[in-house]
Write a protein that binds this ligand. Sequence first.
Ligand code: G1P
Length: 288
Amino acid sequence: MIRKAVFPAAGFGTRFLPATKASPKEMLPLVDMPLIQHGVEEAKASGVRDMIIVTGRGKNAIEDHFDVSFELEALLEKKGDGKLLAQVRQVTDGADFFYVRQNLPLGLGHAVLRSMDLVGQEPFGVILSDDVIDAPVPVLKQMIAAYERYSAGAVLAIQKVPKDAVHRYGIIKGKKIGDGAYEVSDMVEKPRPEKAPSDLAIIGRYILPPSIFHALSSTKPGAGGEIQLTDAIRSLIGKERVIGFEFDGVRYDAGTKLGFQMANIAFALKDPEIGPGLQAFLRKERLA
Ligand code: G1P
C-alpha cells in the first residue's frame, strides 16, 4: 500500500564536524552499516520499493553506496567470500533508488516538497535516518498497520520525551483512541516547555498523503526560519485524519554525538561477531 519512501539527506551534519566535512553524515556507520541504510532496510522490510533520497552538494557517496559495484562483487566472487558478497548485494537488492536535490537549506518541509514529482499522487513514507529505531517489527510497518486500522490520512511516529527536551521536537496535542494511537488535534514545532501541548514528540517516521505537497507549497517559514513539515501537517488537520502512533521499539537520536555513540554501543553489543568481545572489554576496563 505504501510503495515509496522519502529520505531527506541534504543537511550539513555540522554536529559531527570535522568527520562530516567531506563525507555525508548519513554515511556514518552503525557498526558496519551506514545510518541511511538502516532506514532503507526498515523501508524494504515494510514493503516499500521506491527509495527517494533528497540530497545536496557533497552527498555523492550516498548514490555510490546504493549502486552496484561490479568490481567489488567480481572480487568477492573470485575470493569465494559468499557472506560478504551477500551483504554487499543486500545494499541494492529489493529496491529502486531515485534522487532529487534540495539546492537551498530551507528546512525539512522544503526537503519533502522537493520529492513531489517523484512521489506523485499517492501516500508515502518519510524516514529521517538520524532517528535509528531498534524494533521487533519495523516501525514503518507498525505505522502502515495503524494507517489501515484507523483509515488515517497521515500517521506520525511519536514518543514521550522529558519536559526539558520538548524544544527539540515537533510536539502533538492528541486524544488517545487506542493501542498507542492518538487522534491529533494540534501540533507545534520546537515549543518552549511552557508552550508545549504535551510531552509526545514526533520521531522521524511519517506516513503522509499527497495533499501534503500543496500544504507545503503554501507553508511560510516557521521555527528557525525554516519551512517546517510540522506546520504543513498541522494545516491538514480537519481535512485528513492525523494519527500519532507510539511505536514499539528503542529509538536512538543518532543526529547527536551522544545518541550516535549510544546506538553504536547498543548495536555492537547485540552483534554476534563483536558483541562478546566488546562486553568483555568494557568489563575488564571497568567502563561499564
Ligand atoms: C525534525 C522535525 C521535528 C521532529 C524531529 C524528529 O526536527 O522537524 O518535528 O520532532 O525531526 O527527529 P530536526 O531534528 O530536523 O530538527
